[in-house]
Design a protein around this ligand. Structure first.
Ligand SMILES: Cc1ncc(COP(=O)(O)O)c(C=O)c1O
Length: 355
């Protein structure tokens, strides 16, 4: 029997990390993870299950995700040779860092934004450079160039709309960034279906632009499917670091059917957007909170005080939202995902009681 100090073996960059943590509730209302509150429609499910029956589970999945790429290509009008499928778009974020960064290199992103840019970078021994958002949760590009040049930043990640603030940053400022930054600009459009705003049409003019999308927010969070749109040269580089068979057969089938039958999902997206307007209105009526505009499937709001208590109270009463209060700019802030009408009503009711 051997007993060695395993923690001593762990490299320094990992020791100092904290694992991505989300609270969970067993039976409560889950409004903390920006998922689609609706399950796949019966029509979609039927199509997916019919294809599962023909599946050879003893065989590896298609390593090139050919059928899924064709379905995405038909839907968004991008050639298949510009697409890469990820095990969630998280994986593509990591792949981008693998392709463009050596240990010690820098990546940049606004503060505050999606936590995984920093977590992934630090786990790979990269430096992170952040630039603050103004009071409208937006930024100006011009003052950044000098700083980005000085740090030799390799990639700038822009969550569009931004998680957790919910807004799309100014298009003009992003445009300046894409045109003037001599590195890769990643437009992470995980919430595109709720914003309708994209930089995809700019890709033909700017080969340093990468667009990421996710199916997690529109119904397949459990299957981990994201995709990236790259200039075809970059696809070859990403494929060098992508793990073989990174997308499993079940995910590929379900995602293909979702893309080919998007009308069923579009109805769900439309009703989430309607509920978003209603929830924004209702939250705006509450005097002791500030609510921020949203282009996504979630809303950021700030209590005037006692954020932690409000979060705990909601959780103890079976409503889970995301508590963001630990961030200095987000004191007393929470992020609530748009749920079904009944879930949103329950949230509003519990929030009123918690306040
Ligand atoms: C901005 C942003 N990008 C990427 C992701 C990851 O999505 P996926 O589930 O496709 O890995 C998320 C998930 O919350 C996100 O908010």
């Amino acid at each position: 029997m051997s007993q060695i100090n395993l923690t001593d073996l762990v490299c320094e960059k990992v020791k100092s990390l904290k694992a991505y943590h989300v609270e969970s509730v067993e039976d409560g209302i889950k409004l903390h993870a920006n998922e689609n509150p609706y399950p796949p429609s019966p029509e979609l499910l039927k199509k997916i299950l019919a294809r599962f029956e023909q599946l050879d589970l003893n065989r590896y999945p298609d390593p090139d995700c050919k059928t899924l790429k064709e379905a995405i290509s038909n839907r968004i009008g991008v050639p298949t040779n510009q697409l890469v499928i990820g095990n969630g778009s998280d994986e593509l974020i990591q792949n981008l860092m693998q392709v463009f960064c050596n240990a010690g290199d820098t990546i940049a992103f606004p503060d505050t934004t999606f936590a995984m840019y920093a977590i992934t970078a630090k786990g790979m021994g990269l430096n992170v450079q952040t630039f603050p958002l103004n009071d409208n949760w937006d930024f100006e590009a011009a003052p950044l160039f000098e700083k980005l040049n000085a740090s030799h930043a390799r990639i700038v990640f822009i969550s569009y709309p931004n998680n957790p603030t919910g807004n799309c940053f100014s298009r003009t400022e992003i445009q300046k960034l894409v045109e003037n930054f001599e590195g890769i600009v990643v437009l992470d459009e995980a919430y595109y279906d709720f914003s309708g705003q994209t930089f995809l049409n700019q890709m033909k003019d700017h080969n340093n632009l990468v667009v990421l999308r996710s199916l997690s927010k529109i119904g397949l969070a459990g299957l981990r499917v994201g995709y990236g749109i790259f200039s075809s040269t970059l696809v070859d580089e990403i494929n060098k670091v992508r793990l073989p068979y990174n997308s499993n057969s079940i995910s590929q089938i379900a995602a293909t059917e979702l893309m080919n039958n998007f009308d069923t999902v579009q109805k769900q997206i439309d009703s989430i957007k309607e509920e978003r307007s209603r929830l924004l209105n209702e939250l705006a009526k509450i005097k002791t909170i500030t609510v921020f505009p949203s282009d996504a499937n979630f809303i950021l709001f700030q209590a005037s005080k006692n954020g932690e208590n409000i979060f705990r109270n909601l959780m103890e009463n079976g409503v889970l939202v995301r508590n963001l209060g630990a961030h200095p700019r987000l004191k007393n802030c929470m992020r609530v995902t748009i749920g079904t009408k009944a879930e949103n009503d329950e949230f509003l009711d519990r929030l009123a009681k918690a306040l």
